[in-house]
Design a protein around this ligand. Structure first.
Ligand SMILES: *Cc1c(COP(=O)(O)O)cnc(C)c1O
Length: 404
């Protein structure tokens, strides 16, 4: 018999000695999963309500994803962009169709969210203008181009100077946006729901104003749906709920169900022609393995009715959490299965640690907000397990330490 947590402790010690310390010490050493459940190397089981930060759309070990990746691995994993493959063309066509993108629209494949944003920045530069507007609170990734659009000073400032021309405007303030867009603006870049800023949903009216003012100024509207895309908010893309048609959309997190893939979707021939031969590229981007994973994710969301399920499960969660009537809960934000439970005090880190000890994985997206971005296949019964435990977690997190 091994001592409890003995394996975890040993692996974490080896982690500390071999991994760059940019993430701090990981909380767990995970070994395998099934649906919304994951197990660590000491055999402890957790309900995964983080979903790899909105990535594991189909949960863990979904048979459709396992089969698609296994089959493709036995055919072709990679071919370079001198060549194409059936999964690449099929996934591009599927994305354009799900986005209801007009004739002449196009897809560029890459490997991550930040890379998709980088492609968007280069697209914007090809307008001949250099100004970019992003929102306060925005998160667009960590590569140096995307980082310039990310708002959080602690992420940005150690690496300045970054690309020039980026201005951050107050999130959700239509008048501020109107005033900031000029003939120098190449693009306005917004998340339909700000994920990392605490799951803050943009008012449809705000996104509509963004569409109007960019169109009037000849600037692009680039929506960063790396976190909100691929069913997360209960529609294929969050922009569809706002009733706007953007000029470009970035995708990544949920698209491969955990297999790395990113995409920039450009809308219409005029925008799509901004980047021509030789002007962008990626060695791994669009390889058949990642594209087969993407197709399996899209097929399964369709076959299992996961858009409708994400809507209903998200509403169920909101209703149940608010129904607790707990004094520490001030609200539930977000859409579909991208949610934050907001708290009266800065107790989210304590709640997250207590939840982990109780077998639930959630994330403190802000000091006063607990994020849930579970697999889209999570059941309402599984969500209820967490909601039933929540009052006890909140009580324990907010009880002052006994001074004696
Ligand atoms: C996570 C995220 C990114 C960055 O994605 P990476 O794959 O980590 O590079 C960019 N934009 C948004 C909205 C995100 O949530």
């Amino acid at each position: 018999m091994t001592e409890p947590l003995q394996a975890s402790a040993a692996w974490l010690e080896r982690y500390d000695r071999s991994l760059l310390g940019v993430f701090g010490r990981p909380q767990l050493v995970l070994e395998h999963g099934n649906g919304a459940w994951v197990w660590d190397v000491d055999g402890r089981r957790f309900l995964d309500l983080v979903g790899g930060i909105a990535v594991n759309a189909l949960g863990h070990n979904h048979p459709a994803l396992v089969a698609a990746v296994s089959k493709q691995a036995g055919q072709l994993v990679h071919v370079s962009n001198f060549f194409t493959s059936v999964p690449q063309v099929e996934l591009a066509e599927r994305l354009l169709s799900l986005a209801a993108a007009p004739e002449g629209s196009a897809v560029f494949f890459c490997n991550s969210g930040a890379e998709a944003v980088e492609a968007g920045i280069k697209l914007a530069r090809r307008t001949g203008r250099t100004g970019i507007l992003a929102a306060e609170g925005a998160f667009h990734g960590r590569t140096t181009g995307a980082l310039a659009l990310t708002h959080k000073p602690a992420y940005r400032e150690p690496f300045e100077p970054l690309i020039p021309g980026v201005t951050h405007v107050p999130w959700g303030d239509a008048d501020a946006l109107r005033a900031a867009v000029t003939e120098e603006t190449s693009a306005v870049v917004l998340e339909p729901v700000q994920g990392e800023a605490g799951v803050r949903r943009g008012d449809p009216a705000y996104l509509q104003v963004a569409r109007e003012v960019t169109a009037a100024a000849g600037a692009l509207l680039l929506l960063d749906e790396v976190q909100t895309g691929v069913g997360r908010t209960g529609s294929w893309f969050a922009f569809q709920q706002a009733g706007v048609v953007p000029d470009a959309v970035t995708l990544a997190k949920g698209l491969g169900g955990g297999v790395p893939i990113g995409a920039l979707v450009t809308f219409g021939p005029q925008v799509s022609r901004l980047l021509g031969p030789g002007q962008h590229g990626s060695t791994f981007g669009g390889n058949p393995l990642a594209c087969a994973a993407g197709l399996a994710v899209l097929d399964t969301i369709d076959a299992e009715g996961l858009l409708e399920h994400a809507r209903q499960a998200g509403e169920h969660l909101e209703r149940r959490v608010l129904g607790l009537g707990h004094p520490e809960v001030t609200g539930v934000r977000g859409a579909g299965l991208l949610r934050a439970i907001t708290l009266a005090g800065d107790h989210a880190p304590a709640v997250v640690a207590l939840a982990r000890d109780a077998g639930f994985l959630v994330n403190a997206v802000a000091p006063d907000a607990v994020r849930l971005a579970p697999p889209l296949v999570v059941t309402t019964e599984q969500l209820d397990l967490f909601v039933d435990a929540l009052p006890g977690l909140l009580d324990a997190a907010t009880t002052p330490e006994d001074p004696s």
